[in-house]
Design a protein around this ligand. Structure first.
Ligand code: AVI
Length: 329
C-alpha cells in the first residue's frame, strides 16, 4: 500500500483509499496496483473459487496439515504446562480451515474464545453463525478492522493467546511490511504467547506458475477484476480484453508476480481521478507479489519480529509450512 504522506499532494478526486492507490499506482513507473484492490465482492468470490482449483494447492495443502496435526499443534501451543488458549485470527474471512484448530482446542479445554479479525464484515458474520452452530464451546467475536495498518488490542481473557496468520497471506506483503506486521503483533501480546504462521514454500517453478495461471482462467478473471473495479468505482474506461494476465516467477526475490500486460498501445481515461493513462504495447501493471519462503527465511523473519520458532509442520511434498513460534521476552 502506498503511504499516506505521499497522498497529501493528490488532486481532490484521488483522496479516497481506492482513488489514491489507483492514482499513485498508475502514475508510477513501472505501473503498479496494490493487491488489496482485488478484494471487492466479485474479487472475494473469485478468490474463493481459486482456492478450489486443482492447480491452486495452497489452501488444500494447509487444510491437510491442520486435518492431520490439529491436536498436536494445539498441544504444542499450550506447552509446557497445558495452558488454556484464547484464539485470534488475522484476516479470518470465513475461517473455514480454522474450524479444524478450533475443534482441537474445544476438545482439549471445553470452551474457547475466538477473536476473528477481517476487513469485510459479511464473511465474519457467516463464520460466527457457522462455527458457533457446529463447534460447541466456541464463542466467536468478529472484529471488522484493517489489521495491515495495525492490530490494536488483542485481548488475552486470562489465557495464553494463540494468534493465527495462515493462508500464506504474509506472502502478499513486501518484506519490510511483513516484518512490521509481525512486530506489531508481537508488541500486542505477551512473552510466551504463540503465533501460528502458514506460508507457501519455494518449490519447482512450473508448479508455482500453474497455481497462478490456471486452465479455467479464474486467476485471470481475478487479476482483471481490478480493472473492472476501477471502471465501476472511478469511472474508468479500461477494456479488460485489451490486457493479458501474466504470472512470472522472480527467482531473485523468491516471488510469483502477477501483471496485466497491455496488448496494444492505448490510452485509458479515469474520469473519477481526472486522469489519462497511456500504455505502450507490452507495458504491464504489476498487480501482486506472492512471496515463497524457505524454512530459513521464515526463522529469520520470526526472529527479527521477536519470535522464536518452536515447531514446524509440513505436508508429504513439503509444499507448505505451518510454523509455531513463541513471543520472546
Ligand atoms: C491471498 N493470497 C495468499 C493469495 C496468494 O496465493 O498469494 C492471493 C492469490 N493471488 C492469485 N491467486 C491467489
Amino acid at each position: 500500500m502506498h503511504s499516506l504522506s505521499s497522498t497529501l499532494a493528490l488532486p481532490e478526486a484521488a483522496q479516497t483509499p481506492v482513488g489514491s492507490e489507483v492514482y499513485i499506482g498508475l502514475t508510477s513507473r513501472p505501473k503498479t496496483l496494490s493487491p488489496w484492490l482485488f478484494y471487492d465482492e466479485e474479487g472475494s468470490r473469485l478468490f474463493e473459487k481459486i482456492t478450489e482449483l486443482p492447480e491452486y494447492y495452497l489452501t488444500r495443502t494447509e487444510r491437510g496439515i491442520f486435518a492431520r496435526h490439529a491436536d498436536e499443534i494445539i498441544a504444542a501451543a499450550g506447552q509446557p504446562s497445558a495452558q488454556p488458549l484464547t484464539m485470534i485470527e488475522l484476516g479470518a474471512g470465513t475461517a473455514a480451515k480454522t474450524s479444524l484448530l478450533l475443534e482441537a482446542v474445544a476438545r482439549r479445554q471445553g470452551k474457547v474464545d475466538f477473536l476473528a479479525i477481517d476487513v469485510s464484515e459479511s464473511p465474519l458474520t457467516a463464520a460466527k453463525g457457522r462455527i458457533e452452530r457446529e463447534i460447541p464451546g466456541v464463542t466467536v467475536t468478529p472484529r471488522v478492522a484493517d489489521y495491515t495498518t495495525g492490530v490494536a488490542d488483542l485481548p488475552a481473557n486470562g489465557k495464553r493467546r494463540l494468534v493465527l496468520y495462515i493462508g500464506s497471506s504474509i506472502g502478499n506483503f513486501e518484506p519490510a511490511h511483513a516484518l512490521n506486521l509481525l512486530r506489531d503483533v508481537r508488541a500486542r501480546i505477551s512473552p510466551g504467547d504463540q503465533l501460528l504462521l502458514g506460508v507457501d514454500r519455494v518449490k519447482e517453478r512450473s508448479v508455482l506458475l500453474r497455481a497462478y495461471d490456471d486452465d479455467a482462467r479464474v486467476t485471470e478473471a481475478f487479476n482483471k477484476n481490478v480493472l473492472v473495479r476501477i471502471n465501476r468505482e472511478l469511472s474508468g474506461s479500461f477494456n479488460p480484453r485489451l490486457f493479458r494476465h501474466r504470472a512470472r516467477w522472480n527467482q531473485e526475490h523468491s516471488r510469483i508476480e502477477m501483471h496485466l500486460e497491455s496488448l496494444i498501445s492505448q490510452q485509458v481515461t479515469i474520469r473519477g481521478l481526472d486522469l489519462e493513462v497511456k500504455f505502450a504495447r507490452g507495458e504491464t501493471i504489476h498487480t501482486e507479489n506472492s512471496y515463497k519462503f524457505t524454512r530459513e527465511r521464515v526463522v529469520m523473519l520470526l526472529k527479527r519480529a521477536g519470535f522464536g520458532l518452536t515447531h514446524c509442520w509440513t505436508d508429504e511434498r513439503e509444499w507448505f509450512g505451518v510454523y509455531l513460534a513463541t513471543a520472546g521476552s
